[in-house]
Design a binder for this molecule. Sequence first.
Ligand code: M6R
Length: 610
Amino acid sequence: MCGIVGVVSNKNVNEKLFNGLSNLEYRGYDSVGMCFINGGKFSIKKGVGKLEEVHKKVNFLKLNGNIGLGHCRWSTHGGVTEKNAHPHVDCKNKISVVHNGIIENYSELKDELTKKGHKFYSQTDTEVIAHLIEENLEGNKVEEALRAALKKVEGSYALGILFADEPGKLFAARNESPLIIGLGKNENFIASDVPSILSYTNKIVYLEDKEIAVLTNDGFDVFDLNGKEKRKKVHTIHWSKESSQKSGYKHFMLKEIYEQPRAIADTLNERIVNNSIIFEKEFALSDDFLKKIKRIVIVACGTSWHAALVGEFMFEELAKIPTEVEYASEFRYRHALLDKNTLVIAISQSGETADTIAALKEAKKYGVKTLSICNVIGSSITRISHDIIYTRAGPEIGVASTKAFTTQLAVLYLLTILLSKIRKTLNEKQIKDMIEGIRKIPLQLQSVLDEDDEILECAELYYNKLNSLYLGRGINFPIALEGALKLKEVSYIHAEGYPAAEMKHGPIALIDKNMPVVVIAPHDIYTYKKVLGNIEEVKARGGIIIAIATVGDKEVKKRAKHVIYIPKNLYTLSSILAIVPLQLLAYHIADKLGRDVDRPRSLAKSVTVE
Ligand code: M6R
């Protein structure tokens, strides 16, 4: 993971680098460092801890220069120490490197370089890059040395590199780790993601694998590893500057939970036309193909995997297409049985999750069609897959995924309508009802958000409990998983999600008067009555029941200690409504416990290593 930012300008870049780095902190916060060039020498400051903590000690804003690099670390190789914090330099202190990724052959390279006399100061894989470039610099230009070095490197990297003797040039390279170029006025940027530099530019160039970029304050060039120049497209990103700021909210997570009505409205915008679903030109799968597919396989990780489970339910129940959901990390290493009648869908907020990228690449080996559902325009996954549907959540900064999840559900729902229509598994009336249902969602979500005070009360009562159980059935079983994941990741309280009836096969033994049990129990024709039975079972064992029920429901109220109501809508849409109180519950509990909600320990926003 780790975050990288770099700026080259005709004026001091200090503040821009600092701000860029603080926007990237969600990617890693073990340690942080910055480097500038002044009079042919590097000025470097770094330390262990979060940006603010290290800044208090070293005062990053005292560093000056028209060119600089910044890095926040999520450690992979080498402990969390100042020595292991980036940037790393070569023996002569002339090459400075920041890195995100894993150099897989670093140990062999380090041995070779050590034998040649290079002295290493850290335990990181990154430092070998600085020495490897140094080793290749003898008699070569820096560009040649960089190419020669990268040809020897195996693994993933997004690199920012400075040469003390080239004070006007910022170098960058990528392979399987995200890196973008931002084009400003008399200044240019590199960064791990778009939001980190959105305050300065929305003109973005995406680097591809095995490309090297050379930036000056008035231009940039991109080459392949053989020095062949590449033509690059400049993308204009239409995210507002405010979308990457907290805008008065205490945390990004809270802001993003509250943005969901808007995010869903944006995701639907102009995609529903006269009872039909029309996606943009990036989605070009023909009706003929969609009619023919015999199977869908969805690959994803984490929260996106939970969205995939909701998708599975909808595709099978309504579009009648057999669907399987796979953890991308598992799928990539097994030989799945895929043929040309299978559609493989990858779901990812960031579009940069290493396992999901690898799973897509694996699927493509079988010659199947691939579709990605993704939030970040131009991200790796969208460039690998044949077709794309964008969720339009806007930048999601909080590590805990919230609005990305509900917009993924909205896209899966629209796709289900499209498939059901083409395959004639639903009639016009049913399609119309589905469309009316989703159109109500933005307003209904607002009414769920209006219940925040009651959710806060629950959080205040139970934030000191050590365990909790989340139960749901059918389309809301994945919501139980997602609710539990939200609580775990931001509050560090142990939580498990289970299909409600499965509880009897083990977890019920855990239930006593200290166990909050969150039950998702919307009114439906499927399992509602069964869930009432499950609530009784929990109650009989003294468990504290917090239920999510449909407005007007009296039965759940009779049995549960607390009830949070969601509005009436189609059963397939209950999951979008039910997750929001669970996001808020997790948020308030974590906040009460004083957790660093947007930067939970050990987590990073996009998991770009496997
Ligand atoms: O960017 P992606 O959707 O591919 O990320 C997948 C997971 O890493 C992500 O959903 C993770 O589980 C979140 N922290 C959950 O809130």
